[in-house]
Design a protein around this ligand. Structure first.
Ligand code: OFO
Length: 170
């Protein structure tokens, strides 16, 4: 049976995922304006992944015979102090989302909602990857420091990031 508490928390998680997408799109726009097309591209793909995460929850709730109700999305931060500040913000955000997913998993355990536990396992693994990838970028930006050549190389490298293979956000 689909626990009501889990369903409500998943409905909230759709909001968190779309909010994440919005935050990353705002970061992409910042990089666009700062003429870092590669960093911007990386953030736009992050936006797509977050929307795909939201759709996973959306589809799951509906597949269990319940309906989603959407919530208002706040205005995201538009200005940042530096490239590093943007990616550190992204890492802190991912750590917060990991906490959300873990709480959701804990709730599904308490409620003995086994289909939800199975569904959420993908997100547990995904968050490990998310934190790892953003963490790597943070470290590389720290290493580049004020070296504009190194930052341009990094911009070029991150611009190679490809969109998710399917709408499920791999
Ligand atoms: Fe949906 O993983 Fe990032 O926020």
């Amino acid at each position: 049976m689909f626990s009501k508490k889990v369903r409500q928390a998943m409905n909230d998680q759709i909001h968190h995922e779309i909010e994440s997408a919005y935050i990353y799109l705002s970061m992409a726009a910042y990089f666009e304006a700062e003429t870092y097309p590669g960093f911007s591209q990386w953030m736009k793909i992050q936006f797509e992944e977050e929307m795909a995460h939201a759709f996973r929850f959306y589809d799951f709730i509906h597949s269990r015979g319940e309906r989603v109700t959407l919530q208002a999305i706040g205005e995201p931060q538009a200005e940042f102090e530096s490239i590093l500040a943007v990616f550190e913000g992204a890492l802190a955000h991912e750590q917060k989302i990991t906490g959300d997913i873990h709480r959701l998993y804990g709730l599904a355990m308490e409620e003995k909602d086994y289909p939800s536990l199975s569904f959420l396992q993908w997100f547990i693994d995904e968050q490990v990857e998310e934190e790892e990838h953003v963490g790597e970028v943070v470290e590389n930006i720290k290493r580049a420091g004020d070296n504009s050549h190194a930052l341009l190389m990094l911009d070029r490298e991150l611009g190679q990031r490809q969109p998710p293979v399917d709408v499920e956000g791999e």
